[in-house]
Write a protein that binds this ligand. Structure first.
Ligand code: CMP
Length: 140
């Protein structure tokens, strides 16, 4: 079964749409294996987004992600990676399909409300960066 890490970014908490996003997660048949609210340090954000180091947006991205609390959710579902990415929409909210989470709530490419993992392998790696195996609990 695939896993993806959902991060509800600071703007999602500021806008008060955490509940709405969790409702979408439940409606789409994901299992919430674990969930917590956290404040990332700059070092943790830099490590998490290390693949983007050297890109022009890296400093703004890591400053933003460590600027305020986020909600981290470990999700599991068949085809979780593609399904979650379809549900959240394109990186740039202006290009996101109608009704997707970034279309509804995103403000810019950097401030785009949610994160999703980009491959099954990275889904497992990203989930394990924030949750121990003991914290990941199956529904049944
Ligand atoms: P996320 O899914 O968290 O993974 C990488 C993040 O980098 C992405 O969401 C965007 O928020 C951010 N990002 C990607 N491209 C750009 C860009 N061109 N300008 C600003 N931020 C970007």
């Amino acid at each position: 079964m695939e896993r993806t890490l959902c991060i509800i970014k600071p703007d999602g908490l500021d806008s008060g749409v955490v509940g709405k996003i969790i409702t979408r997660i439940e409606e789409e048949g994901f299992t919430i294996l674990a969930m917590k609210r956290a404040r990332m340090s700059r070092a943790v954000a830099e490590h998490f987004y290390a693949v983007h180091k050297g890109r022009p947006f890296f400093d703004d991205l890591t400053a933003y992600m460590s600027s305020a609390p986020v909600v981290l959710i470990a999700l599991e579902r068949e085809n979780a990676i593609a399904h979650w990415r379809k549900l959240i929409g394109a990186t740039d909210p202006a290009e996101a399909d109608e009704g997707t989470i970034r279309d509804l709530y995103g403000r810019s490419r950097g401030v785009n409300t949610v994160h999703g993992s980009d491959s099954p392998e990275n889904g497992r790696i990203e989930v394990s960066e924030f949750f121990s195996e003991a914290e990941l609990i199956q529904q049944r």
